[in-house]
Write a protein that binds this ligand. Structure first.
Ligand code: NCD
Length: 375
């Protein structure tokens, strides 16, 4: 695998291998302490972050590597108007691997196209966040032993919650999985996620506005923060922000083995009193995130080395980036958060999903009017 942009760039076998590596790193950290000696990770964060950036940096340091970092769009040349494409071109000359977070959806895809080193999507707008998913998967695997036959509830901001989109994509590949989608009407899961990862695969799912009604049916409950920074209107955010609060009282109606996950930061959607509950796994997730990022860095650098020695990159199971994209100038991406209109002279790239809908290759949103006249 060259880059990690979407969790589906990794096959389920590769995810199994990353989990095994993460477990081995935890058991024998000394085996890995020099694994990335003389290698440099660049963290390019154009949006706030605590866990993701620091866990990437801590991961690289624990592998014996070095880190260069750009935290905050205002302190970099992005503030002068430099494009993502140029930034990636330049930084890939300074580093062996890049982790990028950006508010525009599809920005890491643009970076990957202009980078000579692996690019990891550390969160792009309300689109995807595959490395949080790696942390989530290791946690579920450790707590439940497997991914098959789990009923997983997602609660809160399913519309803008990029961690939700990536975790649904990841879990949709395991047999017997069921989803319960708990959100207010305004924050329901976006069409592209429902279409590609749930309906397309025939996965049973329920949509509900009530956490109380659903909590007793779940093996895992994934709570999320209402994503303030993605709202057009402050009033709308204020109206929705406290829709769900997980309390000790609600936990009494949850299953005895229902684990509670949250990518963090939490605002007030989980009472701190729940932290003592043995079913609360959100702080374990943060530690698991570092282990999985260590495993991922090792894999991407190793795959690159193999390719340079004349081997080929193994295409991940989802083959997400291998889909047939083409240039079309007669349709437009309808997503206002897409990177495409923000960068100079990007090719207008589209692909057809399995239903034939024309989708933007940068952000996956359906194209305006859904048809192209020239290809
Ligand atoms: C998440 C994110 O950035 O999407 N945080 C994280 O990386 N752990 C979730 C959030 O901000 O709500």
């Amino acid at each position: 695998m060259k880059h990690l942009l979407n969790i589906l760039d990794l096959s389920t076998e590769e995810i199994g291998e990353l989990i095994a590596t993460a477990e081995d790193i935890e058991a024998h950290p000394e085996k890995y302490e020099d694994a990335c000696r003389h290698k440099i990770l660049a963290t390019l964060f154009f949006e706030p972050s605590t866990r993701t950036r620091l866990s990437f940096e801590s991961a690289m340091l624990s592998l014996g590597g070095n880190v260069i970092s750009m935290a905050g769009a205002n302190t970099s040349s992005a503030a002068k108007g430099e494009s993502v494409a140029d930034t990636a071109e330049v930084v890939s000359g300074y580093a062996d691997i890049i982790a990028m977070r950006h508010p525009k959806e599809g920005a890491p895809y643009v970076a990957a196209k202009h980078s000579s080193v692996p690019v990891i999507n550390a969160g792009d707008g309300g689109h995807y966040h595959p490395t949080q998913t790696l942390a989530d998967l290791l946690t579920v695997h450790r707590e439940k032993g497997a991914f098959e036959n789990l009923t997983v509830g997602f609660c809160g901001d399913l519309k803008y919650g990029r961690t939700v989109h990536s975790l649904i994509a990841a879990l949709s590949r395991y047999r017997g999985v069921k989803f319960v989608l708990i959100s207010p009407e305004e924050l329901r899961l976006p069409e592209f996620v429902k279409r590609d990862y749930i309906e397309e695969k025939g996965i049973p799912y329920t949509e509900s506005a009530s956490l109380e009604e659903q909590i007793g049916k779940l093996d895992a409950l994934y709570m999320t923060r209402v994503q303030k920074e993605r709202f057009e209107s402050e009033e709308e955010y204020a109206r929705l922000k406290d829709t769900y609060i997980l309390t000790e009282e609600k936990m009494r109606t949850a299953g005895k083995n229902t684990i509670v996950l949250h990518p963090l930061p939490r605002v007030n959607e989980i009472s701190v009193k729940v932290d003592e509950d043995p079913r609360a796994c959100y702080f374990k997730q943060t530690r698991n995130g570092k282990l999985m990022r260590m495993a991922l860095i090792l894999k991407l650098l190793k795959d690159k080395e193999t390719a340079e020695k004349g081997g080929v990159y193994q295409v991940g199971g989802g083959g997400e980036r291998e889909r047939n994209t083409f240039v079309s100038t007669s349709v437009k991406c309808a997503n206002p958060h897409c990177i495409f209109p923000c960068e100079q002279e990007l090719p207008p790239l589209f692909y057809r999903d399995k239903r034939g809908t024309l989708c933007c290759a940068y952000c996956d949103a359906a194209a305006e009017n859904g048809k192209e006249t020239t290809v």
